[in-house]
Design a binder for this molecule. Structure first.
Ligand SMILES: [Zn+2]
Length: 280
């Protein structure tokens, strides 16, 4: 079974962990590392012969056209991660629509392809945003992979279905939630810090379990900054945020090489198309 491989393309400073430490107004003055980091990810995927989806911020697409063209040229899906990482539950429905349109225009201009997939920053579509899926369907998106069906300290929608589903009545639009696993009685997402901080075999087992026991594709994600041990260190951020952000960055590339070879992977749009057939 082919699982969904996804990368959330953002700079090292555009993360929830630092939102109260780094001022949005200072972004353009900070060292850009997204192009080099994402290039390393593209090299790794090319070596392994896998295709993936790159959910990219419009802010990044507007500044890194060559990177967007490389993503497309190498056969990967270019999709939206919103404009500047504003979490959906901080926006109004109209503000969300504006964010989607601005991001898509930048991505489509830079990549020269239609953008039909979306991932909310920090999995921020939840019980507070009942308008979000309808707005995405109205805007012509085919799918979203924006829900973490768990209870977590800063994200999650525990009541949401764990499998692909059609959240908008009368629309073909599909939500493909991130895969979750239970560890020590707590549900966690299979990707990001979970993958980087814990033994790789735990993610291997999660993917195998969802494939063989549940008969569903797994959905895995990570960020380009996670393969970059040389990124500048942010002082003044909360200790918990710094531990989560910086731990085991040097191990990440090796762990990814293992994971992409160990399972079968595909672009998210291709996985969603197969799930749509299964849903009927
Ligand atoms: Zn993100």
């Amino acid at each position: 079974m082919r699982n969904a491989l996804s990368v959330d393309v953002e700079e090292w400073f555009q993360v929830g962990a630092f939102e109260n430490t780094i001022d949005r107004a200072d972004w353009d003055g900070l060292e850009s590392r997204v192009s080099a980091n994402t290039g390393q990810v593209l090299d790794l995927f090319a070596e392994a012969g896998v295709k993936a989806t790159f959910f990219t911020l419009g802010w990044v697409a507007a500044r890194h056209g060559a990177l967007m063209r490389r993503i497309v040229a190498e056969g990967h899906e270019l999709a939206s991660h919103g404009w500047d990482h504003a979490r959906v539950f901080t926006l109004t429905a109209d503000g969300f629509r504006d964010d989607l349109r601005r991001a898509r225009a930048a991505l489509e201009d830079a990549g020269g392809v239609a953008v039909t997939g979306y991932r909310a920053p920090s999995f921020s579509i939840d019980a507070r945003t009942p308008w979000a899926h309808p707005v995405l369907a109205e805007e012509g998106y085919a799918y979203s992979s924006s829900v973490a069906p768990i209870a977590h300290d800063h994200y999650g929608w525990a009541e949401s279905p764990i499998a692909a589903h059609r959240p908008v009545a009368g629309a073909d639009f599909i939500e493909l939630p991130i895969t979750t696993i239970r560890v020590a009685g707590r549900s966690m997402t299979t990707g990001g810090g979970f993958f980087r901080l814990l033994p790789t075999r735990m993610t291997d087992q999660a993917v195998e379990s969802v494939n063989t026991r549940a008969g569903r594709p797994g959905v895995f994600y990570f960020h380009p900054w996670e393969v970059d041990p040389g990124q500048p260190r942010v002082r003044g951020a909360p200790l918990k945020s710094r531990v989560r952000h910086y731990a085991r960055l040097g191990a990440m590339a090796g762990k990814l090489r293992h994971l992409v070879r160990r399972h079968q992977w595909d672009r998210v749009d291709a996985v969603v198309a197969r799930e749509a057939v299964r849903l009927g």
